[in-house]
Design a protein around this ligand. Structure first.
Ligand SMILES: *[C@@H]1O[C@H](CO)[C@@H](O)[C@H](O)[C@H]1NC(C)=O
Length: 229
């Protein structure tokens, strides 16, 4: 399955930028994504998390304890997907969501800075987090889970403006839109999709945030079916 495998519970409120998004999708379907707070007005998430409307949860750790959690209802017109987003292959899978009422910043609700460095090297000591599905359940995780991930210089990820990690451990369904946070505590990527290597092993992809140049991709990576998380 597509799941955070081997993740563990985050220390409550140690990632105060983390946002849970519940989405109302056409036909009354409910979806789940994550996001991260950039300012008191804006949340960053994945473009494939577009919906008719959103319920945004700020300052959440345990879904069963909504004490002190800020809830913001956001209409779909407040969502601004990145230009060039392609729903077929999850390319440029990044979106800004403008909150309809400002977040109240406190110890449990704080923005994260975006990485501005893009020197071609892979950032180190990266961690992802989310309330997505786990190896034990296809439903959401009640508590925020986190996982250390190592980025790989996979040839399939070259020239796609993505960071990638490989292996069984990684983000799950419902974790999309969450941040890839590395070395200096800044957000370097947005959890986007998973696909398979030719040998059947998994690759997870993160939309790269320092996005100074949109490189033309070489076509190889995206011939595989991309599974938006
Ligand atoms: C995750 O990485 C951090 C440093 O980047 C380290 O301190 C921590 O022990 C690691 N956690 C696990 C479970 O490996």
């Amino acid at each position: 399955g597509h799941a955070i495998i081997g993740g563990h519970e985050a220390v409550p409120h140690s990632r105060p930028y983390m946002v849970l998004l519940l989405m109302n999708r056409p036909g009354g379907r409910i979806g789940q994504c994550a996001g991260f707070l950039l300012s008191e007005d804006f949340v960053m998430t994945a473009a494939h998390c577009q919906a008719e409307s959103y319920k945004v949860f700020l300052g959440l750790h345990n879904y069963h304890d909504q004490n002190g959690v800020q809830h913001v209802n956001v209409p779909g017109r407040n969502a601004f997907p990145m230009k060039g987003y392609n729903p077929v292959d999850c390319r440029n899978d990044m979106m800004l969501l403008k909150l309809s009422t400002k977040a109240e910043l406190n110890d449990k609700v704080k923005p994260i800075a975006l990485a501005d460095r893009d020197d071609g090297s892979l950032p180190k000591a990266c961690v992802i987090s989310g309330w997505g599905s786990t190896e034990n359940s296809k439903y959401m995780s009640v508590k925020l889970l986190e996982l250390n991930v190592t980025l790989t210089d996979n040839e399939l990820c070259a020239n796609t403006n993505m960071y990638c990690s490989e292996g069984e451990r990684g983000p799950g369904q419902g974790d999309a839109g969450g941040p890839l946070v590395c070395e200096d505590g800044k957000a370097y990527g947005v959890i986007s999709a998973s696909t398979m290597n030719p040998d059947g092993s998994k690759i997870q992809s993160y939309k790269k945030i320092p996005d100074h140049s949109i490189k033309e991709h070489k076509g190889k990576f995206f011939k595989n079916y991309m599974y938006c998380l």
